[in-house]
Ligand binder design. Structure first.
Ligand SMILES: NC(=O)c1ccc[n+]([C@@H]2O[C@H](COP(=O)([O-])OP(=O)(O)OC[C@H]3O[C@@H](n4cnc5c(N)ncnc54)[C@H](O)[C@@H]3O)[C@@H](O)[C@H]2O)c1
Length: 270
């Protein structure tokens, strides 16, 4: 069902790799709600992914940008404003990658240049995106910026590895930049802390199948899917949430506030 919530709004959506990506589902929903946007991803993902199909489906242009490159971001932002015909109203940062996870390094055996690269891609890139937008004065008043995160920023999930630290940094950047962007431009900045979701990035986490089933049984409403996340993001891009900023918003079917569920008790009862 569409509500025209984003009619007349323009934005940039980072991170749609394939139809499982949370950003892919979000682009589809933004399109349904009347928003127009540029799709962006790292140059390498352009070659591997299916982003062209999504662009055709949503009448959008694609502009490649490595989110760690200030030069790429500057180019992306100026071209997007030009293509879309004005300043931007919404941004989705849906980017994450840990080299330590990819290379199978344990948290207690990090290779620090891998750690630095993963932090730059997954966490500092959010600051770089916002600083680039801010300096270019590319956001409209009452615009909305959202990044995706995971609860490992607050609680330990051993196999989430150094991504836990990256997410803690990302959430802090949302609060800190949210202050300045709110004060000066009435732009809001939030993170959505999403349930485990079967995507390329999600499945990179060791033991993901057990992890997602456990979360399902621990969440009174069940895990939030990528489609559910897209719907939630639409509300944050809309004018219905103008005073929500600097928040880390749990979107996890109740997982984060559940101590234990009946299903888990039953599993461990004799
Ligand atoms: N899948 C989950 O279980 C889950 C749960 C909570 C939060 N998240 C977060 O959601 C976001 C999206 O991930 P997803 O699960 O949709 O997986 P995904 O693999 O589909 O998306 C990750 C994206 O990051 C992009 N990316 C990597 N390096 C980049 C760079 N240098 N510049 C620009 N883009 C780059 C990839 O190309 C890809 O499109 C991530 O921040 C992830 O941590 C995922």
């Amino acid at each position: 069902m569409a509500f025209n919530l984003l009619k007349g709004k323009r934005g940039i959506i980072f991170g749609a790799l394939d139809p499982n990506s949370i950003a892919w589902k979000t682009a589809e929903r933004v399109h349904e709600e009347g928003g127009i946007f540029v799709l962006s991803n790292a140059p390498i993902a352009m070659r591997m992914g299916q982003i062209k199909d999504l662009a055709a489906q949503t009448n959008s242009e694609i502009i490649a940008a490595d989110a760690t490159s200030e030069e790429d971001l500057k180019n992306l932002i100026s071209k997007s404003v030009e293509l879309l015909g004005g300043k931007l109203d919404f941004i989705l940062h849906s980017i994450g990658m840990s080299v330590n996870v990819r290379k199978g390094r344990a948290y207690t055996d990090e290779k620090y240049d891998f750690t630095a690269k993963g932090w730059d891609v997954s966490a500092l890139s959010f600051h770089k995106v916002m600083q680039s937008l801010y300096k270019a004065d590319a956001m409209n008043e009452w615009g909305s910026i959202v990044a995706l995160t995971y609860m490992a920023a607050q609680r330990t999930f051993p196999d989430y590895n150094d991504m836990a630290d990256n997410k803690a940094y990302l959430e802090s950047v949302a609060r800190s930049f949210g202050y300045f962007y709110g004060k000066e431009k009435n732009v809001r900045v939030n993170t959505i802390s999403q349930s485990p979701t079967a995507t390329t990035a999600g499945q990179g986490v060791k033991g993901f199948d057990g992890f997602i089933s456990y979360a399902e049984k621990m969440s009174p409403l069940g895990n939030a899917t990528a489609e559910d996340c897209a719907n939630y993001t639409i509300t944050l891009f809309s004018d219905l949430t103008k005073k929500v900023t600097m928040q880390n918003l749990f979107h996890d079917g109740g997982f984060s506030n559940t101590g234990v569920s009946q299903e888990i008790i039953e599993k461990f009862s004799n």
